[in-house]
Design a protein around this ligand. Sequence first.
Ligand code: AMP
Ligand code: MG
Length: 392
Amino acid sequence: MLTLNEAYKVYNKIAFQLPVEEVSLTTALNRVLSEDIITDINMPPFDKSAVDGYAFCADDQNKTLQVIDAVYAGSSSVKKVNHGTCIKITTGAPVPKGADAVVMIEDITDLGDGFIEINRKPAKSNICKMGEDIVSGETILEKGTLILPQQIAVLASAGNTKPKVFTLPRVAIIATGNEIIEPDREPNASQIRNSNSYNLLGQLLKIGITGNYMGIVADDKDDITGRLKNALNAQDIVIITGGVSVGEHDYIPYVLEELGLELQFDKLAIQPGKPVSFASSENKFCFGLSGNPVSSFLQFELLVKPLIYKIMNYEYKLPFIVTELSGTLKRKNAERLKFVPVKLDKKGAAREVAFNGSADIVGLTKADGFAMFPKDCEVLTTGEKVEVLLIL
Ligand code: AMP
Ligand code: MG
């Protein structure tokens, strides 16, 4: 049975990269840049006032200054500031010649007739200098950057309205199980509503991917084979839930091999989530996730998301923090790395939430993350450091 780290080593061998396409600024969110972005302008592009006030000579000994012009954002002044004079200026406007400081409007008295008095000289210049953030020709975003709203702002500033990015993978979701019904139906005594598919669609959407839901398949080897075959033809990644453990209806790992994929692993030393299979060919990837909802949620975060980012060329790091444990964690069997749903208190310490195991999706909704209970460790007590995988 592989450990989680050994599973990631399997990913290191994957060479497949998604193709490149051009997107607009409004569709760039959650994409990964396939090129460096170089700016054609300085940022700021000119010496710019950071405040509303009066531009003057910082070493001026006069307290009373004559206001000789006004300059607003989007315009500039042809006048030059000399000792004894100043120019009214708004935030974002270019600082006029001769001036090297801006006094804030709150720190002057308007004497009327075009004169002001400085009550308090500014402690700093209040000028954003041309090129102090970025100089024209510099690389401002590197290939492999995940585009979040702040990166979109940078692209816009640099005038790059058509960044080249890696395409999003096409991802299919299939649920299996004779007992599984759609959520709008009333279950009978032996049925379970399909929560996994909608959970996974949400997890995909959070990273910008609209998954293709392909419905529920019965525990029938031929049906599953047929549905998987269709899915693999049209998609890059197929996620199937249920039917991966050792029950007599659990065919998935065998079916994957029959379809020409190479089975990379079919269980991992993690708890919950041990039954999980991953199979791949050169350009197709298939996950068989557990039927239990918390397991499938965790397996997506631990395994599917890193694979998606890998083929999108983004070096994803799982969102771990190190914090203190509040309360005690105990167990007898420490053969696997255990993920314990925890809530972070006001000080950031992690406390176990009431949780009934891998089917308890309601318990999971109370958690901020999963504390890692390392393999071979049977007790963790209050105050000990734990790593927590945040649920973001
Ligand atoms: P399995 O992995 O097929 O053995 O399923 C493990 C448990 O998860 C069983 O109790 C299933 O009923 C349940 N389960 C399987 N698929 C789903 C699903 N799509 N949504 C919610 N629960 C499921
Ligand atoms: Mg099943």
